[in-house]
Design a binder for this molecule. Structure first.
Ligand SMILES: [Zn+2]
Length: 453
């Protein structure tokens, strides 16, 4: 039995354009015909026919930067310390389904507590739960100067952290081997930190030093590649981007202060870029007084956004490969909400055409995924993951952020029917022991105009 789907407009992601009056045929979960309706195979009595009128059909969307273990967290302590990793795996299934319901049929998870997302991936693969296709790393490999080593040296890094702090190149190689043995799809390295949080940054590199030197970086990536795994890195600064690109990282997140030398290395080694500008954009637009990130983070992110738009526009013009991702999993980027905003930012701020931005969220992003040649495009032989849109993303990519516009989602030739529960957000995260958001001096109490008891 085949399924024939008649599409008003079809965007295959094999090029930048959408075509009218197309038909796709699905057998055993994969595409067996894609082309003009008048050339489609004849419909047999046993076949199903689905008519999508004037709706827009495109490949399932991909976010290569979603952290299923974070839990829409407001603090790094909530990500690292509070909530058992077993609880994080269970709640993560709900988050994954939220992404799927919004058209994201594949996710990559770069950086995790313990084996949380690896377990979600395996549970979905085993057929225990319906969910998106997941490609995952384990905890970030980091150093004292890298992301995820948040706590003072006298506290150390908890075993439940999203990072694994290594104390020597030997330890880094051992951690890579452990994660590969446990079944990760790729390795994630914290190649630097965050300017806002890193008081030790050196000015020569825009305030951010690399967490590993070039020799260490090359040794780690070589070992990951030798074991058949891809490499993704967090690199906001110029130095981390340069070392990562020279060592042939497969995917570099952020690259906000990439230099021309860094871009040359990116192009030479064919490193893909995932700017993850949604995180900055949301923080700049949504943060309020009273938020811990306000105003320092907001100011820093505005400066970073401006730099990123400039260097990434140059990278686009130079022919670098771009993938979309959002850092979903923080309270500023909740699951299932803002993934498609990155596509809009690509068009508005990096100069992509709508068609090319959509390819960054499908065809190009697929290249980083496990089974990447089976997803990301509507093409004979690939798995039938599709989104049916009420509206025209070629005219307005922002329509993909409207949940009502995501009409139908197909995963492996089946219509997705998930309705994840709406849980109590205060019981999901927010376990950090934050007691007050203000400083109640006599002057402040007077300024606040009184007491409430
Ligand atoms: Zn991230």
């Amino acid at each position: 039995m085949s399924t024939h789907i008649k599409c008003g407009m079809l965007f295959t992601a094999l090029d930048e354009n959408a075509q009218a009056n197309q038909t796709v045929v699905i057998d055993d979960g994969a595409f067996t015909f894609v082309g003009p309706s008048d050339q489609a195979p004849a419909v047999k009595d046993s076949d199903d026919v689905v008519e999508y009128g004037d709706r827009f059909v495109m490949p399932g969307l991909i976010d290569v930067h979603t952290h299923l273990a974070y839990g829409n967290a407001k603090t790094e302590e909530d990500i690292d310390i509070y909530g058992a990793v077993e609880f994080k795996a269970i709640r993560g299934l709900n988050f994954a389904q939220r992404c799927l319901r919004n058209g994201y049929t594949s996710l990559s998870n770069p950086g995790d507590a313990s084996r949380v997302t690896l377990s979600i991936r395996n549970a979905i693969d085993a057929g225990l739960f319906v969910g998106p296709r997941i490609t995952t790393a384990g905890p970030y490999v980091t150093s004292r100067q890298g992301l995820t080593d948040w706590y003072p040296t006298w506290i150390g890094q908890p075993v439940t952290s999203i990072g694994h702090l290594v104390h020597s190149p030997t330890e880094a190689i051992e951690e890579i081997r452990v994660q590969v043995k446990d079944g990760v799809d790729f390795l994630k390295f914290a190649m630097d930190g965050d300017k806002v949080m890193d008081p030790t940054g050196v000015t020569e590199f825009g305030g951010l030093m690399a967490a590993f030197n070039q020799d260490e970086t090359s040794a780690m990536f070589t070992e990951a590649h030798r074991l058949g795994k891809r490499v993704a890195v967090h690199a906001r600064g110029a130095e981390a981007t340069l070392y990562s690109a020279r060592a042939a990282a497969d995917l570099i997140f952020h690259t906000s202060w990439m230099t021309d030398e860094g871009l040359d290395a990116v192009l030479e080694n064919d490193c893909a870029l995932c700017p993850t500008l949604t995180l900055l954009y949301n923080n700049i637009e949504f943060s309020r007084p009273g938020d811990g990130a306000y105003p320092g983070f907001v100011d820093a992110h505005r400066e970073e956004f401006e730099s990123a738009c400039e260097v990434l526009t140059n990278a686009r013009k130079a022919g670098a490969t771009f993938m979309t991702g959002t850092d979903s999993g923080f309270a500023i980027t909740p699951y299932g909400e803002w993934h498609a905003r990155e596509i809009e930012i690509f068009v508005k701020h990096l100069g992509f055409s709508p068609g090319e931005a959509l390819r960054c969220a499908t065809f190009h992003a697929a290249k980083f995924l496990r089974n990447g040649d089976k997803v990301g495009a509507i093409e004979v032989g690939r798995w039938a993951d599709m989104v049916v849109v009420n509206g025209d993303p070629m005219a307005n990519v922002a329509v993909l952020q409207d949940p009502d516009a995501i009409d139908v989602v197909w995963l492996g030739g089946d219509i997705v029917d998930v309705d994840p529960a709406e849980p109590d957000p205060r019981l999901i995260s927010d376990f950090s022991y934050n007691m007050w958001n203000d400083l109640y001096t006599r002057d402040r109490v007077e300024a606040l105009d009184g007491r409430n008891w």
